[in-house]
Design a protein. Structure first.
Length: 178
């Protein structure tokens, strides 16, 4: 199975939206580890913002989108309360958002490959760190991030309590020491 990771484009939007919906439908039928809700997050508009900012990347197998990740320079509001390992400007940091893998491809290594891609791209673009947040009960994602070498930083409130998502764990991977 050959995996191609490339920048997402507007012509990919319908398929990305379909991916988001399929992920949310699968979560509704099983254990919803991330606490996502169809029609709330992730949605087409999240992909549009990612494409607008040249930050959305898609993973394809046989020309079908099986995963995606957004690598931006925009932290969530709760990030400012954390004691990060890299103390510098967000222009030198990738923040992972909207990281999804199609339900038919979970446990196939695509998530790890997307995380490896983020790290390689970060090093190519001279980023100093990659950061992310994960809902505290999203055990599969936490396990993946820790296996990929991300360090736990803090647990914070990102203001999503109205969705039942009170606490998020912050993680960081320093790419290059200053």
């Amino acid at each position: 199975m050959e995996l191609l990771i490339e920048r997402g484009t507007y012509s990919d939007l319908d398929e990305i939206e379909h991916l988001y919906n399929e992920v949310n439908e699968a979560l509704e039928m099983g254990i919803n580890y991330p606490g996502w809700k169809k029609g709330v997050y992730p949605i087409r508009e999240d992909a549009i913002v990612g494409i607008d900012n040249n930050a959305l990347f898609i993973a394809k197998i046989d020309n079908k989108i099986v995963g995606s990740i957004i690598l931006s320079h925009t932290p969530e509001k709760g990030y400012d309360s954390a004691q990060w390992q890299f103390d510098g400007d967000y222009s030198l940091v990738y923040v992972i958002h909207t990281f999804v893998v199609h339900p038919n491809y979970t446990k196939s290594g695509i998530g790890t490959r997307l995380m490896d891609f983020a790290e390689c791209l970060g090093m190519q673009n001279h980023m100093k760190a990659i950061r992310l947040d994960v809902y505290e009960n999203n055990i599969p994602a936490i396990k993946l991030y820790e296996q990929c070498g991300y360090q736990y930083i803090a647990t914070v409130d990102l203001g999503l309590g109205k969705y039942g998502l009170d606490w998020f764990r912050l993680y960081e991977k320093v790419l290059q020491r200053i």
